[in-house]
Design a protein around this ligand. Structure first.
Ligand code: NDP
Length: 258
């Protein structure tokens, strides 16, 4: 990390953001770039990433798009190798790609169970495996690096029919707590972000009618968070003095009770 300045506290840093083609990842990439980081934006939809890079550059930032499926371990490692070759490695990772497919367990929607486990757990671990060595190396050299995993309020609370999704997010939070203990002594800060409902494409993938009705009712009753709300929080965490590590950040819409 180069010298800190107040307008661009992340100047000189290299931030990798997964799930950057929409929602929380997209907004966070823009925020981190606005704070001075080079943003490496990763997802499957190349056209969306190209547009995002152009937008970041138009606002004076710098970014690189990498098209990859995080459930493909070799593709994620290739992405990490590219970041190492082109940028000297990442020192900030927002491990964010995820999918939410609620349904009553007795419907036996096993394909949807598998998609959530494959992306929210295995994909998350593929990214950790590929990029943690870079974070540790950067922290050793510069005194700080950040691993921020996107979990959910579902990691804490009970949402009927969201059992598999909630289980994957409980995994993310508990994993993050363990990794903070392992990596903190090496100057890598580890945080889990646990948002309540954020208005993104996440809800559009839901096929269970009961869950769709529940989400529509919630949207009528409550002002949901925006992706920018989460992006601002991520920018804040990454800009803190290196001695400060928020272990877990729960961000709720004011009107969402649980
Ligand atoms: P979006 O659906 O808008 O974003 C999901 C992102 O993940 C997209 O960029 C998508 O891009 C990417 N993605 C999906 N599958 C893959 C894959 N196999 N490989 C690489 N990238 C993939 O939803 P959000 O922004 O809301 O979700 C971001 C995270 O926030 C998720 O982990 C979600 O669980 C979590 N979260 C969301 C909340 C909400 O209410 N929205 C609340 C709490 C947590 P592409 O399709 O181009 O690959």
């Amino acid at each position: 990390m180069s010298t800190q300045n107040t307008a661009h506290p992340l100047q000189g840093r290299v931030a990798v953001i997964t799930g950057a083609s929409s929602g929380i990842g997209e907004a966070s990439a823009e925020k981190l770039a606005a704070l001075g980081a080079h943003a490496v934006v990763l997802a499957r939809r190349a056209d969306r990433l190209t547009d995002l890079v152009a937008r970041i550059e138009k606002h004076g930032g710098s970014a690189t798009a990498i098209t990859a499926d995080v459930t493909d371990r070799a593709a994620v490692q290739a992405a990490a190798d590219q970041v190492a070759a082109e940028r000297g490695g990442a020192d900030l990772l927002l491990n964010n790609a995820g999918v939410m497919l609620p349904a009553p367990i007795e419907e036996l929607a096993t394909d949807q169970w598998q998609r959530q486990i494959d992306l929210n757990i295995t994909g998350l671990m593929n990214v950790i495996g590929a990029f943690v060595p870079q974070l540790v190396k950067a922290a050793c050299k510069d005194g700080v690096a950040d691993l921020i995993n996107t979990s959910s309020i579902a990691a804490q609370n009970i949402f009927p029919n969201f059992a598999v999704y909630s289980g994957t997010k409980a995994y993310v939070t508990q994993l993050s707590r363990h990794l903070r203990v392992e990596l903190g002594p090496k100057n890598v800060r580890v945080s889990a972000i646990e948002p309540g409902i954020v208005d993104t494409e996440l809800q559009e993938h839901v096929t269970d009618q009961g869950a769709i009705d529940w989400l529509e009712g919630s949207k009528e009753a409550t002002e949901w968070l925006t992706p920018q709300d989460i992006a601002d929080t991520i920018g804040f965490l990454a800009s803190l003095p290196r001695r400060v590590n928020f272990q877990q950040v729960t961000i709720m819409p004011t009107g969402q009770p649980y």
